[in-house]
Design a protein around this ligand. Structure first.
Ligand code: KG4
Ligand code: ZN
Length: 344
């Protein structure tokens, strides 16, 4: 099948998201977020997320069908995020997808949330996918992946040894009492700030680290340094702290991603996941990749944070690549590695 029509469901965290794609064309992308319900707790509360998914699931499916003009019976398959994520939240999406696949007698594809963050790249251009390095940076994960085939061959070159990049943004925003989620707020604050104002540490980037753990990240030292700075400097400039912190994160993310491209001889970099919406990361990625002769692709910000389109895109690719569907009744798993793109 050349352009499979797929409905994708995403409920791994606080977004109830439903996307519909036909091959590499995006037809609908509906997102209902429960983020406001979590904001006063300073982070996502799993039980609150699960209940919100239950309420939003059916209306979101209906809206996606209405927006795209697609009828359920026309679908070639259903795909769903089966992990990693919050198990209670994942279960709502997986149950809905299982029920749809069973009732409609359509194939079901359980897909990996991390692989689908990268697969959303397919929706933004029409060139044939070629082996790429992916910098995957979200609220729960930070990895450098070697992606040879999005449905069957993803290798992990390195990952964070402590916090995820998005988690670091969220924690620093909390320390500065800026709100949740912190990434977009710090991004905005940083625009008015001086990124050279404070020299914050770049984790695991010393010559010895670049030899022993060239593709691993660590953000805990940076978090401690920012926290100490805030205590020692009561009249700190918010924008300068935001800009200098953001620069420390973005600098090390790109230093390691470009090294991965150079070391593997792959001249294509995909920057994906919620943190890929960061304006400075996008700007510096374009600059540094241009000077290194690497083609860089960053999905539009609305497709970087969690969405159903990315899930549908990976499901559609699985069908057109002739991959076997998942068994009905697949379970959700909380800590699936990015190297397992599809469920059997
Ligand atoms: O991929 P995502 O939507 O959910 C997970 O799979 O975790 O990523 C959410 C993360 C949050 O930590 C949020 O603060 C971060 O992405 N984020 C950003 C920006 N927009 C979202 N981080 C930095 N700059 C942004 N503009
Ligand atoms: Zn995500």
């Amino acid at each position: 099948m050349s352009e499979p029509l797929v409905l994708g469901i995403e409920t791994s965290c606080d977004e109830t998201a439903v996307g519909i794609v036909k091959g590499r064309r995006l037809l609908a992308n509906v997102i209902a977020s429960s983020v406001d319900e979590h904001a006063r707790f300073g982070g996502v509360v799993p039980e609150v997320a699960s209940r919100a998914h239950l309420e939003a699931m059916q209306p979101s499916i209906e809206r996606a069908l209405n927006e795209s003009g697609v009828k359920l019976e026309d679908l070639d398959g259903i795909s769903v995020t089966a992990g990693p994520g919050l198990v209670g939240a994942l279960l709502v999406g997986v149950s809905a997808a299982n029920a749809l696949a069973l009732a409609l007698d359509k194939p079901l594809y359980g897909v990996n949330h991390l692989a689908s963050h990268v697969a959303v790249d397919l929706l933004t251009h029409d060139k044939k996918f070629r082996p790429s390095i992916a910098l995957l940076v979200s609220g729960g994960h930070s990895s450098i992946l070697k992606v040879t085939d999005l449905t069957s061959d993803i290798q992990s070159l390195g990952q964070t040894v402590d916090d995820a990049a998005g988690e670091a943004f969220d924690k620093i925003a909390r320390l500065m009492k800026l709100g949740f989620p912190g990434g977009p707020i710090i991004d905005r604050e940083a625009r008015e700030g001086d990124r050279e104002a404070i020299k914050f540490p770049r984790g695991l980037s010393q010559p010895k680290d670049m030899l022993e753990q060239p593709f691993d990240f660590s953000f805990s030292g940076l978090k401690t340094a920012v926290s100490r700075y805030l205590v020692a400097t009561p009249d700190y400039k918010r924008a300068d702290v935001a800009a200098s912190f953001q620069e420390a994160v973005v600098d090390v993310l790109l230093m390691k991603s470009i090294k991965a491209c150079v070391d593997t001889g792959i001249d294509s970099l995909i920057v994906a996941g919620g943190v890929a919406a960061n304006s400075r990361l996008r700007e510096l990625a374009a600059e540094r990749c241009a000077s290194a002769g690497i083609e860089v692709r960053t999905p539009p910000p609305s497709l970087c944070t969690d969405n159903g389109a990315m899930v549908a895109a990976l499901g559609s690719l699985a069908i057109s690549s002739g991959r076997a569907p998942s068994a009905l009744g697949i379970a959700a798993t909380s800590d699936t590695p990015p190297t397992q793109p599809l469920w059997l």
